[in-house]
Design a protein around this ligand. Structure first.
Ligand SMILES: [Zn+2]
Ligand SMILES: [Zn+2]
Ligand SMILES: [Zn+2]
Length: 397
């Protein structure tokens, strides 16, 4: 080829050689990043780090209406890709879907079914060729043939066996056939194998993977669900705290500054207080405080930002005494344990916290006013059934 090029192209040829060299380099680089469909990453590329995953969540949050929607991609193993995520993942040799699935497993993204594809049971690629095969010999050279049924002698055979020039003649009884519906009928079509000549009405549909050449019965193909991924409330919190785990309210509130405890700790303390009441009669109160919007529970601890929850916890601490404990029992409810406090004292605490919340003028994301409702319970002596009373402390009464 080079010999045919005129001399004036010699310079261009040098450029071409260096371009080919450069392309070979790129190709070698890409080979180390190659991902075989359904298999793990080839090579030793590091997993996408935290910053990339947070960037993916930020991207998901930036499109709240649609979430991260896949595009059709005929060359992708799953037939779909997420171009925006692929760009964020570059140069990590990880496919977008596996990272998105990982984030969904962490409850940071919510899956919505977008499509369902058949994939190879061996390599998980969706590039599959489905075709009819002969049940006898497995051959693929099947032809559809018409059948004839001669009423007089009941012979059923291929139409071409009846052909006699332009006429039809029964190959069994040699009688001529004239009238469709009177002399004969065409019952159905059949498949004829051109390899072994077998006739069948129900050929086997077989799959052939165009990636790994695996051949399998069609019913052996695996189904792969393709999802759209929408951010959850936890994703917002992950971005706020710049981490992917320990985002739940209970983890968030385990903070001495905020003076909010985990519920299991509060229940442990309550059990101790009940036992103490048995020996030293006194009073113990529990107050259940519920955030509400329009009379319905409002998930303040889920909707508020981490900062707002901390600020609330710090303010709440100013209204409690040293022995008092507060813990969220669910995203809308706070349980307060008030040792050595009678009913009047508990009502007083509830009043002060109510005033505090009123002053904060909390609003729901839709802009509705958030109110608080209290319910209190006081024990003047140890309860007969401690477990029953602990249910009250847990906010489950
Ligand atoms: Zn056959
Ligand atoms: Zn016949
Ligand atoms: Zn395959």
């Amino acid at each position: 080829m080079t010999a045919q090029l005129p001399a004036k192209n010699a310079h261009a040829l040098g450029d071409l050689h260096s371009l080919v060299g450069a392309l070979a380099g790129i190709e070698a680089g890409l080979a180390t990043l190659a991902v075989t469909p359904g298999q793990e990453v080839v090579g030793t590329a590091p997993p996408p780090d935290l910053a990339v995953k947070l960037a993916i969540l930020a991207r998901a949050c930036a499109e709240p209406g649609r979430g991260l929607t896949p595009s059709l991609a005929p060359f992708a193993a799953s037939g779909h890709d997420y171009p925006a995520i692929d760009r964020l993942l570059f140069p990590f040799a990880t496919d977008a879907r596996s990272v998105l699935e990982e984030l969904a497993d962490l409850d940071l993204l919510r899956r919505e079914l977008h499509n369902r594809v058949h994939v190879c049971p061996r390599c998980a690629a969706c590039q599959i060729n489905f075709r009819e095969t002969c049940p006898g010999c497995g051959g693929i050279d099947l032809a559809i043939e018409r059948m004839l049924h001669h009423f007089a002698c009941a012979y059923v055979g291929l139409e071409r066996e009846f052909a006699d020039g332009a006429e039809l003649q029964c190959p069994k009884c040699r009688e001529r056939l004239f009238q469709l519906g009177q002399d004969f009928e065409r019952p159905h079509e059949t498949y004829e194998c051109r390899t072994c000549a077998a006739l069948t009405e129900t050929p086997i549909v077989g799959g052939q993977c165009l990636h790994c050449a695996h051949v399998f019965p069609a019913h052996g193909a695996r189904l792969l669900d393709i999802h759209t991924y929408a951010p959850t409330a936890l994703a917002t919190r992950a971005l706020e705290l710049q981490r992917l785990t320990a985002l739940q309210v209970a983890d968030l509130l385990f903070d001495p500054d905020a003076r909010l405890a985990r519920l299991d700790y509060l229940v442990l303390e309550a059990r101790r207080e009940f036992t103490r009441l048995r020996r030293h009669p006194g009073a113990l109160s529990a107050v259940r405080m519920r955030f509400q919007v329009g009379g319905e529970p409002f998930a303040f601890f889920r909707c508020a930002s981490a900062r707002e929850v901390h600020d609330f916890g710090r303010l709440l601490a100013t209204k409690l005494r040293d022995l008092d404990l507060a813990a969220p029992t669910d995203p809308a409810t706070l349980s307060l344990l008030l040792p050595e406090t009678d009913a009047a004292g508990a009502a007083h605490v509830a009043d002060r916290i109510g005033e505090l919340c009123g002053g904060l003028a909390l609003r729901s994301p839709e802009g509705h006013a958030v109110t608080v409702a209290f319910r209190q319970h006081t024990w003047a002596e140890a309860p007969a059934d401690i477990e029953d009373s602990l249910q009250i402390v847990r906010g489950l009464d």
